[in-house]
Write a protein that binds this ligand. Structure first.
Ligand code: PMT
Length: 318
């Protein structure tokens, strides 16, 4: 059983096309972690907590020169909103996100901010439309403060190959932080993929009837993350289902099977209203505050998770 799992994992990483900018990503990660883990002259007690937030869905290419791919649903809203609250709570955030999905601090902007937020007043001048000026100002200010202040590192991915290689690199780099590190795995990760070596190189041609493609199971790397890559880090994974009857049971199973510290369970249709947090023997329902117009479920969720992380860090010290 264990050797089959190890074979699946090696086969995934061996067959994955190497990351194009691997050295650059590694350098950025190491620099970010170095700056944030010793802000007080190496005083470990006061070192900033660092969290890796994964966000958005991974794709599975069907062709090496990819025209077609299988996608996983996730707008990235959960990851982007959570990143804002984690920064507010004092964390430095590595935001591992799918290109083109929601970004932190941009949630209050219209769908097409570039075209909708600006207007051309004469051929030489462009200005922010009055109705969006406050939102644009805040977005620019908060984003700049986080990035320029070295508290937010944004790393984009598209495919499952990029995502898992980047998650591994991040986890190995963060492992030196021990319990100060947190993983918040909100990305919707593909369950099946086409191994690179058996993938068609060119665009698959139509016209010859049905198409047979063999998909191989993506190895679940949650337990590897927990046991090998960053064994002391505080790990939160998500469970998404569309059938509410099996949601809790699946979340409890994930907690046990992958050794997660917390599993956040959500149902597709109600994911913006409530989530169920499963941790140890506790099951806690977290709701959006419906009395507030702009409230979201991520605000109380992050508050709860930050507290759980604090308890975990204290327990790890003793
Ligand atoms: O982005 P939004 O539109 O705001 O929506 C948020 C969300 C619904 C996507 C988010 O809240 C969520 O539930 N994300 C996880 C979705 C998912 O893929 O669930 P899953 O049951 O397939 O996977 C469970 C966990 O295992 C996830 O933490 C996933 O990151 C991880 N996983 C999954 C497959 C795999 N091969 N390896 C993994 O590590």
């Amino acid at each position: 059983m264990e050797s089959t799992r190890n074979e699946e994992i090696s086969s995934f990483f061996d067959s994955a096309p190497p990351l194009k900018n691997r050295d650059n990503i590694k350098h950025k990660l190491n620099e970010f972690i170095r700056l944030n883990s010793s802000p007080n002259g190496g005083d470990e007690e006061k070192a900033r907590r660092i969290v890796c937030v994964t966000s958005g869905g991974t794709t599975v290419p069907l062709e090496q020169r990819c025209v077609r791919y299988i996608d996983n649903f996730s707008s990235g809203h959960r990851g982007a909103a959570s990143t804002e609250y984690l920064l507010k709570a004092g964390y430095a955030v590595i935001f591992l996100y799918r290109r083109g999905t929601f970004q932190p601090f941009c949630r209050s902007l219209p769908d097409d901010p570039f075209l909708e937020c600006f207007e051309s007043i004469d051929p030489k001048n462009i200005q922010v439309r009055q109705q969006h000026s406050e939102a644009v100002k805040l977005a620019i200010r908060d984003h700049h403060t986080a990035v320029a202040g070295g508290l937010l590192l944004k790393l984009p991915f598209t495919t499952i190959f990029e995502y898992l290689q980047m998650l591994q690199m991040t986890a190995l780099s963060l492992s030196s932080l021990g319990p100060h590190a947190m993983f918040y795995l909100a990305a919707a990760v593909s369950d099946f993929y086409v191994p690179w070596k058996s993938m068609a190189e060119h665009k698959i041609q139509s016209g010859s009837g049905h198409l047979d493609i063999r998909l191989v199971q993506v190895p679940k790397l949650l337990s590897v993350l927990r046991k090998e890559w960053a064994p002391m880090a505080f790990c939160i994974s998500f469970k998404l289902e569309t059938d509410s009857r099996i949601l809790q049971e699946k979340a409890e199973m994930a907690l046990r099977k992958y050794g997660m510290h917390v599993v956040v369970a959500n149902e597709l249709l109600t994911r913006k209203e409530e989530v169920f947090v499963v941790t140890g023997n506790l099951k806690i329902t977290v709701h959006r505050d419906k009395t507030q117009v702009d409230s979201d479920v991520e605000n109380p969720l992050i508050e709860l998770l930050v507290n759980r992380h604090s308890v975990y860090m204290k327990e790890s010290d003793t």
